[in-house]
Design a protein around this ligand. Structure first.
Ligand code: TYM
Length: 332
Protein backbone atom coordinates (compact mmCIF):
# COMPACT_ATOMS: atom_id res chain seq x y z
CA UNK A 1 0.00 0.00 0.00
CA UNK A 2 1.27 3.48 -0.81
CA UNK A 3 -1.71 5.65 0.19
CA UNK A 4 -3.96 2.94 1.55
CA UNK A 5 -4.46 1.51 -1.94
CA UNK A 6 -2.95 -1.56 -3.50
CA UNK A 7 0.13 -1.00 -5.60
CA UNK A 8 1.02 -1.91 -9.17
CA UNK A 9 4.50 -1.87 -10.64
CA UNK A 10 5.43 -2.69 -14.21
CA UNK A 11 7.92 -1.67 -16.84
CA UNK A 12 9.04 -1.97 -20.44
CA UNK A 13 12.59 -1.93 -21.79
CA UNK A 14 13.52 1.09 -23.96
CA UNK A 15 15.29 -1.18 -26.41
CA UNK A 16 13.78 0.24 -29.61
CA UNK A 17 12.13 3.40 -30.86
CA UNK A 18 8.64 1.89 -30.70
CA UNK A 19 7.09 -0.75 -28.49
CA UNK A 20 5.38 -3.67 -30.22
CA UNK A 21 1.72 -4.53 -30.48
CA UNK A 22 2.62 -7.43 -28.13
CA UNK A 23 3.92 -5.03 -25.47
CA UNK A 24 0.79 -2.94 -25.87
CA UNK A 25 -1.79 -5.73 -25.73
CA UNK A 26 0.10 -7.93 -23.25
CA UNK A 27 0.93 -5.17 -20.79
CA UNK A 28 0.33 -1.47 -21.42
CA UNK A 29 -3.36 -1.66 -22.34
CA UNK A 30 -3.96 -3.29 -18.95
CA UNK A 31 -1.99 -0.64 -17.10
CA UNK A 32 -4.40 1.91 -18.57
CA UNK A 33 -7.37 -0.14 -17.37
CA UNK A 34 -5.97 -0.71 -13.87
CA UNK A 35 -4.68 2.80 -13.15
CA UNK A 36 -7.96 3.94 -11.60
CA UNK A 37 -8.09 1.16 -9.04
CA UNK A 38 -4.45 1.00 -7.94
CA UNK A 39 -1.57 3.25 -7.02
CA UNK A 40 0.66 2.60 -10.00
CA UNK A 41 4.38 2.90 -10.67
CA UNK A 42 5.38 2.53 -14.31
CA UNK A 43 9.06 2.38 -15.11
CA UNK A 44 11.16 2.76 -18.22
CA UNK A 45 13.66 0.04 -17.40
CA UNK A 46 16.88 1.32 -18.95
CA UNK A 47 19.10 -0.64 -16.54
CA UNK A 48 17.57 -3.81 -17.95
CA UNK A 49 18.07 -2.63 -21.54
CA UNK A 50 21.88 -2.47 -21.23
CA UNK A 51 22.11 -6.24 -20.68
CA UNK A 52 22.17 -6.13 -24.49
CA UNK A 53 24.53 -3.64 -26.14
CA UNK A 54 22.78 -0.30 -26.86
CA UNK A 55 24.02 2.74 -28.77
CA UNK A 56 24.06 5.56 -26.15
CA UNK A 57 22.33 8.19 -28.33
CA UNK A 58 19.65 5.74 -29.31
CA UNK A 59 19.06 4.58 -25.75
CA UNK A 60 18.52 8.18 -24.63
CA UNK A 61 16.12 8.81 -27.52
CA UNK A 62 14.28 5.53 -26.91
CA UNK A 63 13.73 6.37 -23.23
CA UNK A 64 12.08 9.67 -24.10
CA UNK A 65 10.07 8.03 -26.86
CA UNK A 66 8.90 5.27 -24.50
CA UNK A 67 7.77 7.86 -21.97
CA UNK A 68 5.75 9.58 -24.71
CA UNK A 69 4.28 6.20 -25.70
CA UNK A 70 3.20 5.48 -22.10
CA UNK A 71 1.45 8.85 -21.96
CA UNK A 72 -0.02 8.55 -25.46
CA UNK A 73 -1.54 5.17 -24.57
CA UNK A 74 -3.38 6.86 -21.73
CA UNK A 75 -1.17 6.52 -18.66
CA UNK A 76 -2.04 9.53 -16.54
CA UNK A 77 1.04 11.42 -15.33
CA UNK A 78 -0.89 13.03 -12.48
CA UNK A 79 -2.33 9.85 -11.04
CA UNK A 80 0.66 7.54 -11.49
CA UNK A 81 4.37 7.54 -10.81
CA UNK A 82 6.14 7.31 -14.18
CA UNK A 83 9.90 7.16 -13.92
CA UNK A 84 13.15 6.15 -15.58
CA UNK A 85 14.69 3.24 -13.68
CA UNK A 86 18.28 4.60 -13.67
CA UNK A 87 17.03 7.82 -12.02
CA UNK A 88 16.29 5.85 -8.85
CA UNK A 89 19.60 4.41 -7.58
CA UNK A 90 17.78 2.16 -5.09
CA UNK A 91 17.02 -0.31 -7.92
CA UNK A 92 20.68 -1.18 -8.42
CA UNK A 93 21.30 -1.08 -4.69
CA UNK A 94 18.52 -3.50 -3.79
CA UNK A 95 19.40 -5.72 -6.74
CA UNK A 96 22.90 -6.15 -5.26
CA UNK A 97 21.51 -7.09 -1.86
CA UNK A 98 19.00 -9.52 -3.38
CA UNK A 99 21.78 -11.09 -5.47
CA UNK A 100 23.15 -12.35 -2.18
CA UNK A 101 19.83 -14.10 -1.49
CA UNK A 102 19.48 -15.72 -4.91
CA UNK A 103 21.00 -19.01 -5.98
CA UNK A 104 22.97 -19.49 -9.21
CA UNK A 105 20.88 -22.59 -9.92
CA UNK A 106 17.63 -20.59 -9.76
CA UNK A 107 18.94 -18.08 -12.28
CA UNK A 108 20.37 -20.74 -14.57
CA UNK A 109 16.86 -22.15 -15.02
CA UNK A 110 15.42 -18.92 -16.47
CA UNK A 111 14.29 -19.55 -20.04
CA UNK A 112 14.77 -15.90 -21.03
CA UNK A 113 18.43 -16.14 -19.99
CA UNK A 114 18.86 -19.29 -22.04
CA UNK A 115 17.14 -17.71 -25.09
CA UNK A 116 19.07 -14.45 -24.85
CA UNK A 117 22.39 -16.26 -24.33
CA UNK A 118 21.78 -18.10 -27.58
CA UNK A 119 20.81 -14.91 -29.41
CA UNK A 120 23.71 -12.84 -28.00
CA UNK A 121 26.32 -15.60 -27.70
CA UNK A 122 29.14 -13.05 -28.05
CA UNK A 123 27.95 -11.09 -25.00
CA UNK A 124 26.70 -13.40 -22.26
CA UNK A 125 27.37 -10.90 -19.51
CA UNK A 126 26.71 -11.24 -15.78
CA UNK A 127 23.92 -8.65 -16.04
CA UNK A 128 22.02 -10.89 -18.42
CA UNK A 129 22.31 -13.67 -15.84
CA UNK A 130 21.22 -11.59 -12.84
CA UNK A 131 18.54 -9.69 -14.80
CA UNK A 132 15.65 -11.36 -12.87
CA UNK A 133 17.12 -10.14 -9.58
CA UNK A 134 17.01 -6.55 -10.83
CA UNK A 135 13.41 -7.15 -11.88
CA UNK A 136 12.67 -8.50 -8.39
CA UNK A 137 14.21 -5.35 -6.92
CA UNK A 138 12.00 -3.17 -9.18
CA UNK A 139 8.88 -4.89 -7.92
CA UNK A 140 9.78 -5.33 -4.24
CA UNK A 141 11.03 -1.75 -3.74
CA UNK A 142 7.50 -0.47 -4.28
CA UNK A 143 5.87 -3.25 -2.23
CA UNK A 144 3.79 -4.04 -5.33
CA UNK A 145 0.71 -6.21 -4.94
CA UNK A 146 0.14 -6.72 -8.65
CA UNK A 147 2.41 -6.85 -11.70
CA UNK A 148 0.62 -6.63 -15.07
CA UNK A 149 2.79 -8.35 -17.70
CA UNK A 150 2.62 -10.76 -20.62
CA UNK A 151 3.08 -14.49 -20.01
CA UNK A 152 6.80 -14.41 -20.99
CA UNK A 153 7.49 -12.70 -17.64
CA UNK A 154 5.75 -15.37 -15.54
CA UNK A 155 8.97 -17.15 -14.60
CA UNK A 156 10.54 -13.85 -13.53
CA UNK A 157 7.54 -13.16 -11.31
CA UNK A 158 7.87 -16.58 -9.72
CA UNK A 159 11.52 -16.03 -8.87
CA UNK A 160 10.61 -12.58 -7.47
CA UNK A 161 8.12 -14.24 -5.13
CA UNK A 162 10.69 -16.88 -4.14
CA UNK A 163 13.34 -14.26 -3.35
CA UNK A 164 10.84 -12.15 -1.36
CA UNK A 165 9.59 -15.16 0.60
CA UNK A 166 13.15 -16.23 1.37
CA UNK A 167 14.08 -12.74 2.57
CA UNK A 168 10.90 -12.47 4.67
CA UNK A 169 11.49 -15.87 6.23
CA UNK A 170 14.87 -14.65 7.50
CA UNK A 171 14.00 -11.07 8.50
CA UNK A 172 10.24 -10.88 9.03
CA UNK A 173 7.65 -9.18 6.82
CA UNK A 174 9.83 -6.87 4.77
CA UNK A 175 8.38 -7.34 1.29
CA UNK A 176 4.85 -7.65 -0.08
CA UNK A 177 4.54 -10.85 -2.09
CA UNK A 178 3.35 -9.76 -5.55
CA UNK A 179 0.86 -11.47 -7.86
CA UNK A 180 1.02 -11.39 -11.63
CA UNK A 181 -1.77 -9.96 -13.76
CA UNK A 182 -1.60 -11.77 -17.06
CA UNK A 183 -4.36 -11.18 -19.64
CA UNK A 184 -6.40 -14.15 -20.84
CA UNK A 185 -6.15 -13.89 -24.61
CA UNK A 186 -3.38 -11.37 -25.26
CA UNK A 187 -0.82 -12.84 -22.83
CA UNK A 188 1.37 -13.91 -25.72
CA UNK A 189 0.86 -12.18 -29.05
CA UNK A 190 2.68 -14.23 -31.67
CA UNK A 191 4.75 -13.28 -34.69
CA UNK A 192 2.57 -12.73 -37.76
CA UNK A 193 5.10 -14.65 -39.85
CA UNK A 194 5.85 -17.45 -37.40
CA UNK A 195 2.86 -17.84 -35.10
CA UNK A 196 4.77 -20.35 -32.97
CA UNK A 197 7.16 -17.65 -31.73
CA UNK A 198 6.42 -14.59 -29.66
CA UNK A 199 5.97 -11.27 -31.46
CA UNK A 200 9.18 -9.42 -30.73
CA UNK A 201 11.06 -6.37 -31.94
CA UNK A 202 14.03 -8.63 -32.66
CA UNK A 203 12.01 -10.77 -35.12
CA UNK A 204 14.34 -11.43 -38.08
CA UNK A 205 11.37 -10.93 -40.43
CA UNK A 206 10.09 -7.34 -40.09
CA UNK A 207 6.64 -8.43 -41.28
CA UNK A 208 6.26 -10.56 -38.17
CA UNK A 209 6.06 -7.66 -35.77
CA UNK A 210 3.74 -4.64 -35.64
CA UNK A 211 5.16 -1.56 -33.94
CA UNK A 212 2.87 0.79 -32.04
CA UNK A 213 4.15 3.58 -34.28
CA UNK A 214 3.80 1.75 -37.63
CA UNK A 215 1.80 3.71 -40.21
CA UNK A 216 -1.75 2.54 -41.09
CA UNK A 217 -0.53 1.31 -44.51
CA UNK A 218 2.23 -0.78 -42.96
CA UNK A 219 -0.12 -2.26 -40.35
CA UNK A 220 -2.71 -3.23 -42.97
CA UNK A 221 0.01 -4.72 -45.18
CA UNK A 222 1.61 -6.77 -42.39
CA UNK A 223 -1.73 -8.22 -41.29
CA UNK A 224 -2.68 -8.97 -44.88
CA UNK A 225 0.53 -11.00 -45.20
CA UNK A 226 0.08 -12.80 -41.87
CA UNK A 227 0.52 -16.56 -41.99
CA UNK A 228 -2.77 -18.45 -41.54
CA UNK A 229 -3.71 -21.96 -42.76
CA UNK A 230 -5.46 -23.68 -45.65
CA UNK A 231 -8.65 -24.31 -43.69
CA UNK A 232 -10.20 -20.92 -44.67
CA UNK A 233 -12.50 -20.99 -41.67
CA UNK A 234 -12.31 -18.19 -39.09
CA UNK A 235 -12.46 -19.94 -35.75
CA UNK A 236 -10.35 -20.65 -32.70
CA UNK A 237 -8.81 -24.07 -32.90
CA UNK A 238 -5.94 -26.40 -32.21
CA UNK A 239 -3.10 -25.94 -34.68
CA UNK A 240 -4.78 -22.79 -36.10
CA UNK A 241 -1.95 -20.76 -34.58
CA UNK A 242 -2.04 -17.90 -37.08
CA UNK A 243 -5.82 -17.45 -36.98
CA UNK A 244 -5.93 -17.79 -33.18
CA UNK A 245 -3.33 -15.04 -32.97
CA UNK A 246 -5.27 -12.71 -35.29
CA UNK A 247 -8.45 -13.40 -33.29
CA UNK A 248 -6.61 -12.58 -30.06
CA UNK A 249 -5.35 -9.34 -31.56
CA UNK A 250 -8.79 -8.44 -32.91
CA UNK A 251 -10.49 -9.11 -29.57
CA UNK A 252 -7.85 -7.28 -27.55
CA UNK A 253 -8.15 -4.09 -29.62
CA UNK A 254 -11.95 -4.15 -29.89
CA UNK A 255 -12.73 -5.59 -26.40
CA UNK A 256 -14.94 -8.20 -28.08
CA UNK A 257 -15.15 -11.80 -26.90
CA UNK A 258 -13.70 -14.59 -29.06
CA UNK A 259 -17.21 -16.06 -29.44
CA UNK A 260 -18.60 -12.76 -30.76
CA UNK A 261 -15.69 -12.36 -33.16
CA UNK A 262 -16.05 -15.89 -34.52
CA UNK A 263 -19.79 -15.29 -35.00
CA UNK A 264 -19.05 -12.01 -36.80
CA UNK A 265 -16.80 -13.73 -39.36
CA UNK A 266 -18.94 -16.79 -39.93
CA UNK A 267 -19.07 -17.58 -43.63
CA UNK A 268 -16.38 -14.98 -44.44
CA UNK A 269 -12.94 -15.76 -45.85
CA UNK A 270 -9.51 -14.88 -44.51
CA UNK A 271 -9.30 -11.85 -46.83
CA UNK A 272 -12.28 -10.14 -45.15
CA UNK A 273 -11.11 -11.26 -41.73
CA UNK A 274 -7.61 -9.85 -42.19
CA UNK A 275 -9.00 -6.57 -43.54
CA UNK A 276 -11.19 -6.22 -40.45
CA UNK A 277 -8.33 -7.06 -38.08
CA UNK A 278 -6.05 -4.56 -39.84
CA UNK A 279 -8.67 -1.81 -39.69
CA UNK A 280 -9.40 -2.50 -36.02
CA UNK A 281 -5.70 -2.27 -35.14
CA UNK A 282 -5.33 0.97 -37.12
CA UNK A 283 -8.40 2.42 -35.42
CA UNK A 284 -6.98 1.56 -32.00
CA UNK A 285 -3.48 2.86 -32.70
CA UNK A 286 -4.19 6.02 -34.74
CA UNK A 287 -5.30 8.24 -31.83
CA UNK A 288 -2.31 6.98 -29.81
CA UNK A 289 0.05 7.88 -32.65
CA UNK A 290 -1.47 11.36 -32.90
CA UNK A 291 -1.03 11.98 -29.19
CA UNK A 292 2.51 10.56 -29.41
CA UNK A 293 3.47 13.13 -32.07
CA UNK A 294 2.09 15.98 -29.98
CA UNK A 295 3.97 14.78 -26.90
CA UNK A 296 7.27 14.38 -28.76
CA UNK A 297 6.96 18.03 -29.75
CA UNK A 298 6.79 18.97 -26.10
CA UNK A 299 10.15 17.93 -24.64
CA UNK A 300 9.81 20.27 -21.65
CA UNK A 301 6.66 18.51 -20.59
CA UNK A 302 8.25 15.06 -20.95
CA UNK A 303 11.20 16.23 -18.88
CA UNK A 304 8.89 17.56 -16.18
CA UNK A 305 7.10 14.18 -16.05
CA UNK A 306 10.23 12.07 -15.61
CA UNK A 307 11.77 14.48 -13.12
CA UNK A 308 8.67 14.48 -10.93
CA UNK A 309 8.46 10.70 -11.34
CA UNK A 310 12.05 10.21 -10.17
CA UNK A 311 11.37 12.21 -7.05
CA UNK A 312 8.16 10.39 -6.15
CA UNK A 313 9.55 6.94 -6.97
CA UNK A 314 12.76 7.71 -5.05
CA UNK A 315 10.81 8.57 -1.92
CA UNK A 316 8.86 5.27 -1.98
CA UNK A 317 11.95 3.22 -2.85
CA UNK A 318 14.06 4.83 -0.12
CA UNK A 319 11.52 3.81 2.50
CA UNK A 320 11.92 0.14 1.52
CA UNK A 321 15.72 0.47 1.20
CA UNK A 322 15.98 1.85 4.73
CA UNK A 323 14.03 -1.08 6.09
CA UNK A 324 16.12 -3.58 4.12
CA UNK A 325 19.42 -2.04 5.21
CA UNK A 326 18.44 -2.15 8.87
CA UNK A 327 17.31 -5.76 8.55
CA UNK A 328 20.52 -7.00 6.96
CA UNK A 329 22.63 -5.18 9.53
CA UNK A 330 23.97 -2.08 7.78
CA UNK A 331 24.52 1.07 9.85
CA UNK A 332 21.93 3.57 8.57
P1 TYM B 1 9.77 -6.34 -22.19
O1 TYM B 1 10.32 -4.96 -22.31
O2 TYM B 1 10.38 -7.43 -22.98
O3 TYM B 1 8.21 -6.33 -22.50
C1 TYM B 1 7.35 -5.40 -21.86
C2 TYM B 1 6.02 -6.05 -21.56
O4 TYM B 1 5.41 -6.54 -22.75
C3 TYM B 1 5.07 -7.90 -22.60
N1 TYM B 1 5.22 -8.56 -23.91
C4 TYM B 1 4.26 -9.25 -24.53
N2 TYM B 1 3.01 -9.54 -24.17
C5 TYM B 1 2.27 -10.29 -25.04
N3 TYM B 1 2.73 -10.71 -26.24
C6 TYM B 1 3.99 -10.44 -26.63
N4 TYM B 1 4.43 -10.85 -27.81
C7 TYM B 1 4.82 -9.67 -25.76
N5 TYM B 1 6.10 -9.21 -25.84
C8 TYM B 1 6.33 -8.54 -24.70
C9 TYM B 1 6.03 -8.44 -21.57
O5 TYM B 1 5.52 -9.59 -20.94
C10 TYM B 1 6.14 -7.27 -20.63
O6 TYM B 1 5.05 -7.25 -19.73
N6 TYM B 1 11.66 -7.89 -17.82
C11 TYM B 1 10.63 -7.09 -18.43
C12 TYM B 1 10.67 -5.65 -18.04
C13 TYM B 1 10.68 -5.41 -16.57
C14 TYM B 1 9.57 -5.51 -15.71
C15 TYM B 1 10.06 -5.15 -14.42
C16 TYM B 1 8.24 -5.87 -15.90
C17 TYM B 1 11.75 -5.04 -15.83
N7 TYM B 1 11.37 -4.86 -14.53
C18 TYM B 1 9.22 -5.17 -13.32
C19 TYM B 1 7.41 -5.88 -14.79
C20 TYM B 1 7.89 -5.53 -13.52
C21 TYM B 1 10.80 -7.17 -19.95
O7 TYM B 1 11.83 -7.46 -20.46
O8 TYM B 1 9.71 -6.76 -20.64
Amino acid sequence: MINGRKVILSGIQPSSSSITLGNYLGALINWVKLQNEYDCCFSIVDLHAITVRQAPQELRANCLSLLAQYLACGIDAQKNIIFIQSHVPAHAELAWILNCYTQMGELARMTQFKDKSKKHHDNINAGLFTYPVLMAADILLYQADLVPVGSDQKQHLEITRDIAERFNSIYGDVFTIPDGYIPKNAARIMSLQDPLSKMSKSDPNPNGCIALLDSPEVIIKKIKRAVTDSDAHVCYGEEKYGVNNLLNIYCAVTSKSIEDAVFEFEGKGYGDFKRAVGEAVVEALSPIQQRYCDLMNNRDYLESVYKAGAQKAGAVADRTMNKVKKKVGFIV
